[in-house]
Design a protein around this ligand. Structure first.
Ligand SMILES: [Fe+2]
Ligand SMILES: [Fe+2]
Length: 263
C-alpha cells in the first residue's frame, strides 16, 4: 500500500499547484491514499469549507489540520461537517470536529490521527498533553486496524522525536507537520514505523514559510501592526511517500518528495 502525505498547503499558490498535480496522481493510480495538512489552505491562515471541498475534489482523501484553524473560527462547523477532515485529537473535547478518522482503501481499514504538540505552540486552541491523550486512545484505535497514520503537528523537534519513540511499532507512520520546513531525517524503525520530523509545505518557496519576507522582517524590527502577505513565486510541493506492508500494517519505506510547479 502506497500513501502520499503532503505538507501544509499555504494559500492559493499551493492550492493551484495541487489542483493540477493531484488529479494526475489519481489518473495514474499512483497512490492508494492521499493525506494533506490543510491548516494554511485559506490564504495562509486557516481552512474554509470551500477550500476543504476543493482539496477533496482534487483527490485528497483525508485532510488534517492544526493551530491555524482558529484563524477562521466561523468556518469550523462547516469544515468539520465534511467527511475525513480532522483536527488534533488533543484539543479540548468541546472543540468542533474530531481527532481521527477511518477510511477504507483496497479492502484495508486505515486510521488517520491528528495530534498537536504543546512545546512552543500557541495557547489557543487549548491543547491537552499529546502523550497522555494518545496513550489513552491508542489501543482502542489499534483494535480497529494496525494501519495507523499519525500527523504530529508540532514546533519542537524533540517533542516529535519523542512521539516517534513513544508510538514505535504501534503505528504505521508518524509524520510531522507545522514548521513548513522539510527535514532530512526520514526513517523506518526496526518495528516498522515510518517517521519524519517535518514533511514541509506546499506553496511559495521564495518566502518565509509561504509568506512574503518583507512584512515579516518589519515585524521582527518592531512594527507591531504589520500584516503578512502570501508569497507567490517558486511554488513547490513537499510530501512523503510511505509504503506499508498490506499483510500487517508495518511500513517498509519512506521517501521525501519536493516537486516544483512546472507552470
Ligand atoms: Fe502550517
Ligand atoms: Fe501549524
Amino acid at each position: 500500500m502506497k500513501i502520499l502525505f503532503i505538507g501544509d498547503v499555504v494559500g492559493k499558490p499551493g492550492m493551484r499547484m495541487l489542483s493540477r498535480i493531484i488529479p494526475e496522481y489519481g489518473k495514474n493510480n499512483d497512490y492508494d491514499l492521499i493525506c494533506i495538512n490543510g491548516e494554511n489552505s485559506a490564504g495562509g491562515f486557516g481552512i474554509t469549507k470551500k477550500g476543504a471541498l476543493k482539496l477533496k475534489k482534487y483527490g485528497c482523501d483525508v485532510i488534517t489540520t492544526g493551530n491555524h484553524i482558529i484563524d477562521r473560527e466561523e468556518e469550523l462547523a462547516g469544515v468539520f461537517m465534511i467527511e475525513n477532515v480532522i483536527r488534533p485529537i488533543n484539543y479540548e473535547p468541546s472543540f468542533p470536529g474530531k481527532g481521527w478518522t477511518t477510511i477504507e482503501k483496497e479492502n484495508i481499514k486505515i486510521v488517520i490521527v491528528n495530534l498537536q504538540g504543546t512545546v512552543f505552540m500557541p495557547e489557543k486552541p487549548k491543547t491537552l498533553p499529546p502523550f497522555k491523550v494518545i496513550q489513552e486512545r491508542i489501543e482502542e484505535l489499534r483494535e480497529i486496524t494496525p494501519f495507523i497514520i499519525v500527523d504530529i503537528h508540532a514546533e519542537a523537534t524533540a517533542e516529535k522525536i519523542a512521539m516517534r519513540y513513544f508510538l514505535d511499532g504501534k503505528v504505521s507512520a508518524i509524520i510531522g507537520t507545522h514548521t513548513h520546513v522539510q527535514t532530512s531525517d526520514e526513517t523506518v524503525t526496526k518495528k516498522g514505523t515510518a517517521y519524519i520530523t517535518d514533511v514541509g509545505m506546499t506553496g511559495s518557496f521564495d518566502s518565509i514559510l509561504g509568506m512574503q519576507a518583507e512584512p515579516i522582517i518589519r515585524k521582527f524590527l518592531g512594527k507591531e501592526d504589520e500584516r503578512f502577505k502570501l508569497a507567490k513565486m517558486d511554488v513547490r510541493m513537499n510530501a512523503v511517500e510511505i509504503e506499508i506492508d498490506e499483510k500487517n500494517g508495518k511500513a517498509y519505506s519512506i521517501r521525501r518528495l519536493q516537486v516544483a510547479d512546472d507552470t
